[in-house]
Write a protein that binds this ligand. Structure first.
Ligand code: TYD
Ligand code: MG
Length: 454
């Protein structure tokens, strides 16, 4: 047998190195590279020894026997998945510890079990009594869900192999699972990979839906979900701020649907509640008109979403003024500030700037540019925006305000929530709406509203 070779693997992304180094070149994380022993049995040989069996090749138009998607009855989850769970698929649910992954999955499994589906929940983190207590608290005490506490992959596969295949299996979490033929501690890249590989194989072979929970860790002590992203069919991230009650389920990879849909939940004393109209939640008290706040009419997936953007601009005496952003991209803020400086002459270079998206939401749409600019100018000039106004539009480096997609839906949502005016880009076709449209074509047009004298 060849002597075991040392290799070093990044716990965050799974990149392999021959020597230890402090920073992973692939994902840029620090201190995540750990030693691993893997036995390499010589150089790979040719495959000529034995003839394999033939693979059945089919054409694209051959009829498919597609099993219908399984609806979980939790429509926000079905929405994020692109219309329900696909039989035989492996789904990874990642998120920070304590964000509510186990709660969500317990609620999903409880609902499915009550519908009469055969559901198995394997926990490697909690005792059955703890899960039962939680289920009782969530009002799911009567659900015919099969619970198991186990971390040994061999025992889990033996259990699942017994009798007819379960419809849905939850593994909470993949980082606690342990395959005894791999010489590595649970949570290391090789354990996580081997265990998921076996479980995903089981799912494909038996048509079971496999839901894998993966903790995201900042310090790289255990392998993160990114190690598995390429192995599973669907990757969902459960995000949110632990200080806020909102939780967002976001698809970042989906072999069976789009990746732009989100599911919105609210964490309450009785578990996660679906939020079917998120705008109402994120705009709880938008009636308070303050300088520096602005309501952005955004789109998340196919759904319009109104959120409040808050900015604070203050003169700074420091050589490097502070820029702090929560819920938006720092680079994008720097760009908007530069454009405001260069094209509207606002002189923000000597100011501390703080920007916050209310409610713990993260926005990535470029359409938020104009709303951010409006909030910044409103704070700088100490002038609130006009009453009942929403803002959206993309800003280009030249200072032009560019039109964005789905203006119609944005205006419709704003009208539904009682807004009467929209500051928005000029659209070529024109948008019909009961809302008064105040179109701006240059960022300087908007600046002249806040700074009429200059
Ligand atoms: P949990 O699902 O255990 O998180 P994860 O599995 O992602 O680590 O969620 C734990 C948090 O959720 C915990 O801090 C308390 C909160 N929580 C509620 O607020 N209400 C509830 O009904 C439940 C079950 C949990
Ligand atoms: Mg958990």
């Amino acid at each position: 047998m060849a002597k075991p070779q040392k290799s070093f693997t990044c716990n965050a992304c799974g990149a392999v190195y021959s020597r230890w180094q402090g920073k992973c070149d692939d994902c840029g994380d620090w201190n995540t590279i750990a030693e691993q022993t893997a036995s390499v049995s010589g150089a790979p040989k040719g495959l000529s020894r034995k003839k394999g069996s033939q693979v059945a090749l089919v054409s694209l138009d051959e009829p498919i026997d597609e099993a219908p998607r399984l609806l979980s009855n939790i429509s926000e989850l079905d929405r994020a998945l692109g219309g329900g769970l696909v039989p035989g698929s492996a789904i990874l649910i990642g998120g920070d510890p304590g964000i509510g992954k186990s709660t969500l999955l317990l609620q999903v499994m409880g609902a499915l079990a009550l519908k009469g589906e055969d559901c198995v929940y394997i926990s490697g983190e909690e005792a059955t009594a703890q899960i039962q207590m939680r289920a009782n608290r969530l009002g799911l005490g009567g659900a015919p869900l099969k619970l198991g506490c186990e971390t040994s992959l061999r025992n889990i596969l033996t259990t699942l192999d017994e009798g007819p295949s379960p419809k849905v299996v939850v593994i909470d979490s993949i980082q606690t699972m342990f395959a005894d033929h791999v010489e590595a501690a649970p949570g290391t890249v090789s354990q996580v990979r081997v265990c998921s590989h076996e479980l995903i194989n089981f799912a494909k072979k038996r048509g079971t839906i496999m839901l894998l929970v993966g903790h995201v860790t900042k310090d790289g002590q255990i392998a993160g979900p990114r190690v598995l992203e390429h192995m599973v069919d669907t990757v969902l991230y459960f995000e949110g701020d632990r200080g806020h009650q909102f939780r967002i389920l976001r698809a970042v990879k989906n072999r069976f649907g789009g990746t732009d849909e989100i599911g919105v939940f609210e964490m309450t004393g009785a578990g996660l509640k679906e939020v079917s109209n998120p705008s109402e939640l994120f705009l709880a008290d938008h009636n308070i008109r303050e300088p520096g706040t602005c309501v952005f009419a955004g789109i998340e997936g196919s759904r319009p979403l109104l959120v409040e953007i808050q900015a604070l601009v203050a003169r700074s005496s420091a050589a490097n003024p502070r820029r702090a952003v929560v819920g938006w991209d720092t680079g994008r803020l720097a760009m908007v500030l530069a454009v405001l400086d260069a094209r509207a002459g606002l002189g923000l270079a000597g100011c501390d700037v703080y920007l916050n998206v209310a409610g713990g939401l993260k926005i990535s749409e470029p359409a938020a540019d104009l709303a951010v600019a409006a909030a910044l100018m409103s704070s700088l000039s100490q002038t609130p925006l006009p009453d009942e106004t929403v803002v959206f539009g993309e800003i280009s480096l030249s200072g032009d305000v560019r039109s964005v997609a789905q203006s119609n839906n944005r205006l419709k949502e704003a009208a539904k929530l009682g807004f009467s005016r929209a500051i928005m880009p000029k659209s070529k076709k024109g948008v019909k709406s009961e809302i008064e449209q105040q179109s701006v074509s240059r960022i300087s047009d908007l600046a002249s509203h806040f700074f009429p004298d200059s």
